[in-house]
Design a protein around this ligand. Structure first.
Ligand SMILES: [Zn+2]
Ligand SMILES: [Zn+2]
Length: 73
């Protein structure tokens, strides 16, 4: 992949070699954009675990908030 100087900004937005961070919380994996789709399929299992752990934590937080509200009345 050639990066022409006069197109560099435009190119970097689409460059397959650009580093991107995995959007899944807790994964924090940084990879080249061209590897992103592969990472998503390879890491699907661990992403699922990370996301369900996050959902459980969210539920617990909401539950605690509701409990606190109930106690304050
Ligand atoms: Zn490039
Ligand atoms: Zn990931």
């Amino acid at each position: 992949m050639f990066c022409f100087r006069n197109q560099i900004n435009l190119h970097q937005q689409h460059c397959p070699k650009k580093a991107v961070e995995c959007p899944v919380k807790g994964c924090k994996r940084i990879m080249m954009r061209e590897d992103y789709n592969r990472h998503i399929s390879v890491a699907a299992g661990s992403h699922y675990n990370l996301q369900s752990a996050e959902i459980q934590q969210l539920r617990r937080t909401i539950h605690d908030k509701v409990k606190n509200v109930a106690f304050s009345y």
